[in-house]
Design a protein around this ligand. Sequence first.
Ligand code: COA
Length: 257
Amino acid sequence: MEKHSSDGISFTAGNWPVDADRATLLFIHGSGETGLLWENQVAALAPDYNTIAVDLPGHGDSDGPGLDTIAGYAAAVMAFVDKTGLANLVPCGLSIGGAIVQQLLLEHADRLRAGILVSTGARLRVMPQIFETIEKDYQQFVAMSRMFAASPHTPAAVLEPLLQVTARCNPSVTAGDFRACDRFDVMARLGEIARPVLIISGADDQLTPPKYSDFLEKNIAGAIRCRIPEAGHVVPVEKPEAVNQAIRGFLERISKP
Ligand code: COA
């Protein structure tokens, strides 16, 4: 896996340059995170698909500033897609990343093959305690994430690399991400989505509970649902094999004539 950069956006690619004949999985991380969230997917799915994990503006090695709207982040992702000339696009996002994928499905469907929504929802109100803690004591917020982000079944060590990434993120960027989530609401627009969609949810997710995925499943025509037991919000690191299997199955299914 190699790190690259295009116009200030840093990304990890399983293969670079991409193979134009394959589907391109474009992975988008959660609030205060980086493309590292998807390292298992980028590596394991690379033999069969183009796999790319971006750092959103202001995150990881990408240039700033961070943003505070989902529409702004979606526009930044599309600018990256235009610059790099990616096609056969299947964006796959977690939490805020999943909100960005919904925005892309609504505003740029003609550019997408399909979309994958992981640990997310059509509305993402944020607990006031999250904003207060980020403002008062950012490292306390990181410690708090340790309690909320994973299933009780997930060994604590699995989460550590992600928490270190969040700890290094500029607190104002993380706060901007949560403001973007808090304002996001496309509950009334899901019926407009007309591309194949896979929804992945962890049974023990406390931040975007399975109820949010139930709503996505019910309101996106033809959506396919994958429920993963003993997993929380950061299911791609908690249950990488199950997530990869779900993504493979979905891509095989939508590639059948
Ligand atoms: N899909 C389906 N239903 C949803 C939804 C979604 N994406 N978002 C909210 N709802 C439902 C809620 O379950 C609730 O239903 P209820 O009245 O039957 O209990 C209703 O819509 C209103 O909820 P909400 O808009 O969230 O407002 P609230 O004032 O009730 O709660 C919070 C606010 C912040 C306490 C709540 O959103 C929450 O606990 N969020 C999860 C924790 C968090 O901060 N996550 C971070 C996400 S990035």
